[in-house]
Design a protein around this ligand. Structure first.
Ligand code: FRU
Length: 486
């Protein structure tokens, strides 16, 4: 139970030294990650403002510096030359104006005239009144900090509840207009997306209307973090519907998924070409963000928060929580989004490890080729073979299942501890990345992904598996540093 007062949770960060002790405590945790972006202290949630600009990848994350709770949100900045090794750059947007006094919420980035512009939701609140969301803009300056524009681009629309947030900025070359999409909620509590439009990226914004998504008029009570991406010649609507019941998620109400279809900016209609699909079949994945701009437009890269808005994690008591997923390259095959870990991750491989010992390194890539038949594997089991995280495949039903119920550290049990996906084709390949407190499983060359946090105890470090064609294990070099940079 978190007993901090709101004053403590909603403090703006002014003196970095205040965080040193929290940072030292977090960085001494055995669950500190080695190849995943994680917070210097406190809580990390959504990735924001993902962009490739002047040969550098910039990424920001939602950050509450004070502890593992959703207090006052700031944007923290990290950069990379290769998407693999990341450097802490420090605090980028601070909630220090009237329009964002209760938080600098999620948003995206746009390159324009050799500058990077950041669009975010500022949350304003007076006392116990309802919060008011403002769509705000800032410019990323040379020193990695943001220079805010003096006022917001626009305030909340009176025709929706106060839940209007997470601007995604899009330039549509056909209509030659800029659009901002916001995740929103209608007055009768239905999730939706609202659109603003302008000829300029920094002024003249007008409310355009609500996105029509035929068949999805009653799909959860709120949609967060919306985005429309062009992938392999298709439009893809990516968003987080809240309040939809999904098989295997128990009482979990926060989901992350996508619909493939056609976007018409003229009529503001997204016509689905199929069902809503989960983006990830694991336990911990939310608020996906794709790069808004790339030198090679045929490529889209996605990263997500490896966590859930109402998730509780064993590191909460150490004063930190959350990390981001590894970057994945997106394509579409057979009307499904395919996610593959970016190729550059290979350069983190150290020597291969002999599978004979059955002991897991704490950070590793594991590649397995499987005959099309039943398969069974336990990772993080104990020396006597008990416990662990299960991966099972039943070839007669083509069901692949993960199960974390036998781990010593169990958490978020109400959201289900077993997840299953029926594969389109027989299981032939698994590529698995494990870090100190996570696992990402890529099935059949990106056909399905299972992303989960896991917190193995010291005794849980063995693995065993049924017969397969081949297995290779590489220990991996670290890719993130834990520098205290604010
Ligand atoms: C999603 C979300 C966003 C919001 C942000 C606040 O996790 O709730 O809708 O902008 O987190 O941190």
């Amino acid at each position: 139970m978190n007993t901090r007062s709101n004053d403590e949770k909603f403090r703006t960060l002014t003196k970095p030294d205040e965080l040193l002790a929290l940072h030292e405590k977090a960085s001494s945790s055995v669950y500190r990650q080695s190849i995943h972006i994680q917070p210097v202290s406190g809580l990390l949630n959504d990735p924001n403002g993902f962009i490739y600009f002047n040969d550098t990848w910039h990424l920001f994350y939602q950050w509450c510096p004070w502890g593992a709770f959703h207090g006052l949100k700031h944007w923290y900045h990290v950069t990379s030359e290769d998407l693999i090794t990341w450097k802490n750059e420090g605090l980028c947007i601070r909630p220090d104006t009237y329009f964002d006094n209760k938080g600098v919420f999620s948003g995206t980035a746009l390159p324009y005239n050799d500058q990077v512009y950041l669009y975010y939701t500022g949350i304003h609140r007076e006392g116990n009144r309802k919060p008011k969301p403002y769509t705000c803009m800032a410019r990323l300056s040379e020193n990695g900090r943001a220079r805010k524009f003096s006022g917001p681009l626009f305030g909340p629309s009176p025709d929706y509840t106060e839940n209007q947030r997470d601007p995604k900025i899009i330039y549509d070359a056909r209509t030659r207009k800029y659009y901002i999409l916001l995740g929103a909620q209608t007055k009768d509590k239905k999730g939706c997306i609202i659109f603003y439009e302008s000829d300029n990226q920094n002024s003249g914004w007008k409310f355009r209307g609500q996105l029509k998504v035929p068949g999805f008029e009653d799909f959860g009570y709120m949609w967060e973090c919306p985005s429309i991406e062009r992938i392999s010649g298709h439009d893809v609507l990516i968003f987080c519907p809240q309040g939809v019941h999904l098989e295997g998620h128990g009482e979990g109400k926060n989901h992350s998924g996508y619909i493939i279809g056609t976007m018409d900016y003229g009529t503001l209609t997204f016509t689905p070409d199929g069902a809503f699909h989960e983006l990830d079949f694991g336990f911990d994945s939310y608020a996906a963000q794709c790069v808004s701009n790339l030198n090679d437009p045929s490529k889209t890269i996605l990263m997500s928060w490896m966590g859930l808005p109402d998730g509780k994690y064993p590191t909460d008591k150490e004063g930190w929580s959350g990390c981001l997923t590894l970057p994945r390259e997106l394509t579409i095959r057979h009307r499904r989004l395919i996610q593959r870990p970016v190729a550059g991750l290979r350069k983190l491989r150290k020597d291969t490890i002999s599978p004979g010992f059955g002991m897991l390194p704490s950070v590793a890539e594991i590649n397995i080729s499987i005959y099309p038949k039943d398969f069974d594997m336990q990772l993080f089991s104990k020396a006597d073979g008990t416990g662990g995280f299960d991966i099972r495949y039943n070839s007669s039903t083509r069901e692949i299942t993960i199960d974390r119920s036998k781990m010593d550290n169990r958490f978020d049990k109400d959201f289900g501890e077993v997840r299953t996906r029926i594969l389109d084709n027989e299981l032939t390949q698994l590529v698995i990345y494990i870090d100190h407190s996570s696992i990402e499983i890529f099935v059949n060359n990106g056909d399905a992904v299972f992303t989960s946090r896991l917190f193995p105890t010291e005794a849980e470090r063995y693995y065993q598996l049924s017969e397969c064609t081949s297995i290779s294990i590489w220990e991996m070099s670290p890719a993130v540093t834990d520098d205290f940079i604010i």
